[in-house]
Each structure stands twice: as structure tokens, then as C-alpha cells.
Design a protein around this ligand. Sequence first.
Ligand SMILES: Cc1ncc(COP(=O)(O)O)c(C=O)c1O
Length: 419
Amino acid sequence: MSAFPSGVDPHRFEAELRRLEEVSRFPEMPRNLFDEGPHLVTTPELPWGDAVREASVGAYLRFVHGETWITGGGAREMEAEVVGWLGGLMGAAAPAGFITSGGSESNMCAILTAKQRAGRRGGSVVFPDNGHYSLHKLCRMFDLDPIVVPAPRGRLDQVDPGAVEAAVRPDTIALIATAGTWAYGSVDPIAEMGAIAERHGLFLHVDAAFGGFILPFLERSGYDTALPDWDFRVPGVCSISADLHKNGMAPPPAGTLLFRDASLLASAKEICPPNGTMSGTRGAGPIAGAWAMAKLLGEPGYTAVSLKSMAMRDELVAGVRAVPGLDVHPGSRINMTLIHSRTLDLRPAAGQLRRRGWMFAARAVPGPVSLVVVPMPHNDGRIADFLRDLEECAASAPPLEGTTPAAETSREPVSSYGF
Ligand SMILES: Cc1ncc(COP(=O)(O)O)c(C=O)c1O
């Protein structure tokens, strides 16, 4: 007899769960080069092995039945600890903020806060053409005009601050910059955009969904000594989003929205009561899992993860550039790697690589297809295999029809992850 009221046989249930795990491709994680990879998988190459992953899963499970209302005391303390630590690393003297479901929600909450501060209906938001599609989405949701600043010379990893300033209108309420663009990995000229925001009295939000959990560690460890200031050290920056479930390695869903100070958080709570997020009830499990990950990795752990990811990125870039016809888009300062070709049509190769079991995102910009590959520690030891398969698949790629690919433009109304 089944132990379950529905009568479902426990063995069949277990088999079904296993089948669904396989459909989700969990057992193949080391070949997952997609940006929001397995989040939790550590590697024996890192000194702590699986200890941090297990502690994070354990914390998640112990808080799995929690919510953020009556039994939310612990989760709220964890949230405050993560926000205080990360905001401090990013140069805020008294940071405030919250944990969200990820980068899209963080961007939404930031712009709702800007709207609340501006005290008006409608209006416009200015951002470079490399902004994530969630920026277009939030503009539609909140009835704001997206003013998209074209990339200079069609290079989406670059931003012309003069063009950003020229795009500001009397009804503009906010500028949005990105630190770690998808899929270029570039960092916008945030100091210049901060000065523009200050000159025009605008809210400046930095979308560091991707870069927020790697840039501080690359900078502080001395890996990148030339990174211009991009965080709260820039006076005009009001808020920064940084995703725990991307380079933060935490179990999804978990992002952060950090404000420079408590008065900005108060505005967020005015427009999105009670907590500033898009949600009412929030699960405490993801908050606990993220808190454990951040607390146990800390600055030394994230530095090791960041350096490991960049070592793999560097191996990947060198390998791709050695394959005839292939190139890596310039401008990335993080582990985001955009593989493309000016001479080959990589569409069949992308399909073949997927059939060989590799997981990655593909996009139509630069056209006709580019592969977005984001090495993280769980891919340890797999870069050489990927490069071998890439070279084999590219060898049979047909030549690109016509001349030089058109200038890049990312105006994409929906996700370009390619699935
Ligand atoms: C720069 C950037 N912003 C926002 C997001 C959205 O994050 P999420 O999918 O967690 O909502 C992403 C996702 O890749 C991103 O790369």
C-alpha cells in the first residue's frame, strides 16, 4: 500500500523524480557552460571541496518551510548580513537592501524606487543598447519609455557617455548602467554616467547581476588593476543589483538589490510594501542557502572562485582564437565569453555542439549566431574537451554568405538564451 494519500507508489515516485532530474540534465552539470549554471557545484580543485555546497543545501533545507512574515526573523537577519557585507565591499558606508528572486526583479525594484523618488507617473529611462532584456520588460510593465542609446561603431561592449547624456529628456527618471553585460561581459563607463546622473538629478542604477559577484574579487585580488570604479565609490550610483544565483554560486532563486543608504530602501518600501520586493511572502530557503554560501565562502572563497573562473576563461579564449575562423568578442572583464565568427556560419556547429551534450546560450548578435560560454568552477577540466569539439564542429561550418556581418544591435524584446 502507498504511504501517500494519492496512492502513488513510492518506488514509482522515486523513479519519476529521477527521470525528471535526468530530463533537467542535472547529472551532466560539468558540461553546462551556461551562465546561470548549477550554482552550487564546487570542485575538488578548490580547497574546500564540497563542504560549502553541502552546508548551503543544508541551510536551505532547514529553512525550507520558512517565510518572511511571522517566522521571518532569522531570514531577515541573514538578508541584512548579506546586504551589509556585499554593500560594504562595493563601497557603501551604510548599505541597505534586500534579497530578490534574481536580476530581473532587482532591476524592477530599483526602477520602481526611482519612480517613487521622482514622484511622477510615466517618464523615461535611459540605458545603453547592451542592457539586459529585463530592462525592456520593466519599461513595458511600468509604462516607462525605454531610451536605448546606440552602441558606438556598432560595438555593444562600448558606451559613449556623450550619447547617454544627449539621450536624457525632461521626463527621464533614471539611468541604468551595466557592470558585466550579458553577453559581452563589459563594464559601462559608470563614473561618467554617475556624473551625468548628478548633473541631471537622476537615479542611477547599476545592473551588476552578472559582474557583482566577480568584479569586486578580481579587483581586490589584483587580477584586474585597471578596472575603473563602477560601484558605490561612484558618487551618483544609487543602487546595485548583484545575483547570488549567478557568480554568487548560491541556489536559485537569489539576487540582491543594494541601496547606497536606508532612505533609498525606505522609498522602495513605500512603492513596494512591505519589504521593497515584488513579492509578499518570500521563501526563507533561498535566503538561508544564499546566506550560508556568502558567509562560508566570504572574500577568500569568492576570490578563489573568481580566479578559477577567469583561469578557465583565459584558457577558453586562447583556445578559441587558435581555431581558424573563430574569434572571441573583445571587451569582457569577467568570465562571460562570446564566441563568434566573421567568416563562418556557426549555426550548424552550434547545433552539433548541443547534440554532443554541451550546454550554452546562443544569440543572434553578432549574427548569424554567437555562442555565450561562461566558465565556472564546476566546468573544471572540461575546457579542453569543449575546445576540441568546437574545433571539430567549426571545421565543417559553411562560409558566411555575403560580406561583413551587420553592425550589432541588441534590441531584443525577449530573452536571447536560445531555448
Ligand atoms: C546583466 C543581467 N541583468 C539581469 C539579468 C536577469 O537575471 P535573472 O534571470 O536572474 O532575472 C541577467 C541574466 O542573465 C543579466 O545577465
